[in-house]
Ligand binder design. Structure first.
Ligand SMILES: Nc1ncnc2c1ncn2[C@@H]1O[C@H](COP(=O)(O)OP(=O)(O)OP(=O)(O)O)[C@@H](O)[C@H]1O
Ligand SMILES: [Mg+2]
Length: 361
């Protein structure tokens, strides 16, 4: 998978930008607040059809309202695609339109066209943060590799909301239990599909994450394990009904899943150092890119935002060796200094300043 060119218009701090990318290593240098993360975010949006950073899509629109656009030409699976995503302030809400080769596409059906794996500093929440960050990691990977996963996830969320409001109405005596089985059956069917996809992905991911982590951290073991309900979900849902009614919400299902992450046998969130946590997250992300390659036959575009901070020299070196093994990589950094000369020679290096990309000088 390869990004050939990218055009941004009125997107965050980019008034207008067109860049071409080389097939391997693209390095963008820039001081703080110049647009490095914004650039990688734009590419990730084309893979996920939504920003991994902002829930409010209006945030993407620059000062020259009413519209922001991200367009790209991509080579993948032996074919070239043109993608265009626009976000506009509407009279009542933000409107997003997506086109693939000029043909309109629903947002839920875009992921899978361009595969990308993004690491950025916020991803440290994968280890440090709550379980929602780990579920999000799994979802962002799975929408790219499992056909229909995004639709199943959206339907699951809708049905869950309906069931929860029904539970509250039953508990409040406003409604009987008669309609509950219909919702339970649907929730169990959709939830089981999500759980199966996640459990399958994590068992494939675990050895890949361990291999990446071992290579970067001098053999230190990393273990990841999926902790979710067993599929099919029906029996667990039935067993929690009385408690669900008391609480007015659904206590079991993939919306409560988690992923346990252990370094050398200890829970990473409580015991790992900053550098160890960062190494674990980077290893998980590299494992994601390995899994995407194994399932789709091509390496995803690897987007690495400020990835070397907090890593010592041996870890940096091992990470960069792993990253340089193949596929297209887009890396951002404040400085060129941590990158070895041999890598800088192979890379196309450009500088970002105030939303403009220029030769470094
Ligand atoms: N919708 C928007 N319109 C205009 N500017 C925006 C918008 N959204 C974000 N920005 C600005 O874009 C600038 C660059 O942000 P970005 O996160 O890309 O910086 P960065 O180069 O990654 O910096 P750092 O090295 O600190 O991570 C910020 O100053 C931010 O305020
Ligand atoms: Mg940044």
């Amino acid at each position: 998978m390869r990004l050939v060119s990218l055009t941004l218009r009125n997107y965050r701090n980019y008034a207008r930008l067109t860049i071409e990318l080389q097939p391997q290593l693209n390095l963008f240098l820039g001081q703080n607040a110049q647009g490095k993360t914004n650039l990688l975010e734009a590419i990730a949006i084309l893979a996920l059809s939504a920003s991994p950073r902002s829930r409010r899509e209006a945030d993407l629109i620059g000062p020259a309202a009413p519209e922001a656009s991200v367009e790209a030409v991509v080579d993948g699976a032996g074919r070239r695609l043109e993608l265009a995503l626009k976000v506009a302030h509407g009279s009542e809400r933000t409107v997003k339109t997506i086109r693939v080769d000029g043909v309109a596409r629903r947002a839920v059906d875009l992921p899978g066209e361009v595969q990308a794996t993004l690491f950025w500093p916020e991803d440290l929440n994968l280890v440090k943060g709550g379980p929602e960050h780990r579920r999000r990691f799994l979802n962002e990977m799975l929408v790219q590799v499992v056909k229909g996963y995004g639709r199943t996830l959206a339907s699951y969320r809708r049905v869950l909301e309906q069931r929860n409001s029904l539970l509250k109405r039953i508990a409040g005596g406003l409604e009987g239990r008669g309609s509950l089985p219909v919702w339970d059956e649907e929730l169990a069917a959709l939830g089981s599909r999500l759980v199966e996809a996640r459990a399958g992905a994590v068992s494939q991911l675990a050895p890949l994450a361990a291999a990446n982590h071992g290579a970067i951290a001098a053999g230190e073991p990393l273990e990841i394990e999926y902790s979710g309900p067993p599929a099919p979900l029906g029996p667990a849902l039935a067993a929690s009904l009385e408690e669900d009614l008391r609480r007015g919400s659904t206590g079991v299902g993939p919306h409560r899943d988690d992923l346990s992450i252990r370094i050398a046998g200890s829970e990473a969130r409580s015991f790992a150092s900053q550098g160890q946590q960062r190494t674990a997250v980077v290893s998980l992300k590299l494992a994601e890119s390995d899994l995407i390659e194994a399932r789709c036959g091509e390496r995803p575009i690897l987007l690495l935002d400020d990835v070397l901070s907090e890593l010592d020299a041996p870890r940096r070196e091992a990470l960069l060796a792993r990253v340089g093994e193949g596929g297209q990589v887009v890396v951002t950094s404040v400085e060129a200094e941590p990158f070895p000369a041999a890598l800088l020679e192979r890379a196309t290096v450009r500088c970002i300043s105030g939303g403009r990309v220029e030769p470094c000088g």
